[in-house]
Write a protein that binds this ligand. Structure first.
Ligand code: CTP
Ligand code: CA
Length: 233
């Protein structure tokens, strides 16, 4: 942006932040969901606003109060999130994909409430894959042709690799510009206020930030601004 002094690289940039979890309906009263609180994404949205960015939030289900001052669209399902992003992303300088997207959804949404029926039986719920939304955006906008794409990942290490190994593989597989790794090995991150993020960029950059979600968001954004936005029109 033009206002380098006040807001660094984010001033005047249109940034879409997705946050919260998706809910995938089973019937009129039930859904498959996840424990995403929306806190992390909201911290990014607020920090970006403070840096002078023109922020648009797309929010799934959250356990926090959303910011009335930030224009916000609500979505429920992964497919709705995909559709909302298809509209918003072409106008954005960056997409910060903090939403927890369900990998699967029920193959059918029953029109009426699923009944117990009988004494002991239980239904088998067939699932189908949801689209990988951020990977789809990366395909639609190859690097350098559209908004900068930032994914998030919560990984645990195992005998096959470290959390960073898995995050690096995900960055590559999805074709995004950067990935923010939440190390969840010790039960951090979900719903808590203290946080550590390691950021990996497609051009091999690496930096980390630790502290409250607000502090982490600010530091990560400073670094991402330099790494991704500097010099782009
Ligand atoms: N994501 C997405 N669409 C999906 C699933 C995830 O856009 N259907 C995004 C998330 O919002 C996040 C990033 O991809 O920014 C990484 O999510 P994660 O669940 O860690 O990746 P997956 O590809 O789903 O891999 P995994 O099998 O580890 O869940
Ligand atoms: Ca997933």
């Amino acid at each position: 942006g033009d206002d380098g002094a006040a807001g660094g690289e984010w001033a005047g940039r249109r940034v879409v932040v997705t946050l919260g979890g998706t809910r995938e309906p089973l019937d009129p009263v039930r859904y498959l969901g996840n424990r995403s609180s929306g806190k992390q994404g909201l911290a990014f949205a607020r920090a970006l606003t403070a840096l002078g960015a023109d922020v648009r939030v797309i929010a799934g289900s959250v356990e926090v109060e959303l910011d009335q001052a930030i224009p916000t669209r609500r979505i429920a399902t992964a497919l709705e999130l995909e559709a909302a992003l298809a509209e918003e992303a072409p106008h954005a300088d960056a997409v910060i994909m903090a939403a927890a997207v369900a990998d699967f959804r029920p193959a059918r949404v029953e029109g009426t409430k699923i009944k117990k029926r009988g004494e002991t039986g239980a239904p088998v719920i067939e699932l189908v894959r949801n689209p990988d939304i951020i990977a789809g955006l990366a395909e639609r906008f190859p690097r350098g042709t559209g908004p900068k794409l930032v994914a998030f990942a919560a990984e645990t290490g195992d005998s096959q690799g470290s959390p960073e190994d898995y995050a690096a593989a995900k960055l590559e597989r999805k074709g995004v510009d950067a990935i923010c790794l939440n190390d969840v090995a010790e039960g951090r991150a979900f719903g808590q206020d203290e946080n550590r993020i390691v950021v990996l960029t497609a051009d091999g950059g690496r930096f980390e930030a630790q502290g409250s979600k607000d502090e982490v968001a600010r530091r990560v954004l400073e670094a991402l601004g330099e790494a991704l936005m500097a010099g782009s029109p």
